[in-house]
Design a protein around this ligand. Structure first.
Ligand code: GRF
Length: 207
């Protein structure tokens, strides 16, 4: 399974994926990291793991101009999956179409989101959940659709909000949980196929 990861900042999910590949816990090849922020901490992680970094800053560019530059670098690599891991930009339908899997009616793009979708889409999922006062929250790995955080769900993990929690402590535990969740889903994708019926994802053995 050939992956290209997209990230904009800290890169803890990206690092977890690199670690799992290195430790052979995940059978995948990371072809490159795409990053839209010069000097983002995630770039140091890519360097440490010997992953090629494709840095395309978006400053001063329209969304489509930026995506065009990214696609020019990305398409020759022929990735099986685009793995979004803290990529702080929405992808346009035109970009997604470049990764269309017509037979399954999906885009070959996945994302991790810090809440139990469909609750708390958008930014700062843990802060939204904490402020709302929920007793449980979590994280979701999902296929990327053409709306915001709205594609079919591949897997979720649940996280209890403790009375003593702050946004910071909840986020810390949440991130650790995310790393396991993302690796589990990617590992499942490397071993199994899935179909999508309506919004439901059905896993089956690989042919
Ligand atoms: C994570 O909480 C992820 O769910 C969200 O953005 C954050 C990225 O964190 N999409 P990191 O850069 O992987 O540390």
């Amino acid at each position: 399974m050939k992956l290209v990861a997209f990230a904009s900042g800290r890169g803890s999910n990206f690092e977890a994926i690199c670690k799992a590949v290195k430790a052979k816990k995940l059978r995948a090849e990371i072809l490159a990291l795409v990053c839209n922020v010069k000097n983002a901490p995630v770039l140091k992680i890519a360097k440490r793991y010997g992953v090629r970094a494709i840095v395309v800053p978006n400053d001063g560019l329209s969304r489509s101009q930026h995506e065009e530059l990214v696609l020019k670098e990305l398409l020759p690599l022929k990735p099986d999956w685009i793995v979004l891991a803290g990529y702080m930009r929405l992808l346009t339908p035109e970009f997604l179409r470049a990764f269309r899997d017509e037979s399954r009616g999906i885009f070959r793009v996945i994302n991790i989101h810090p809440s139990l979708l469909p609750s708390f889409p958008g930014k700062d999922g843990y802060a939204q959940a904490w402020e709302h006062g929920v007793c449980v929250t979590g994280a979701t790995v999902h296929l990327v659709g053409s709306g915001v955080d709205d594609g079919p769900i591949l897997d979720q993990s649940v996280l209890e909000v403790l009375p003593k929690d702050t946004v910071a402590s909840l986020t810390k535990r949440g991130l650790t949980m995310e790393h396991k969740l993302y690796i589990n889903v990617l590992s499942q994708m490397s071993k199994k196929e899935f179909k999508v019926r309506g919004r439901r994802v059905e896993w089956e053995a690989k042919r």
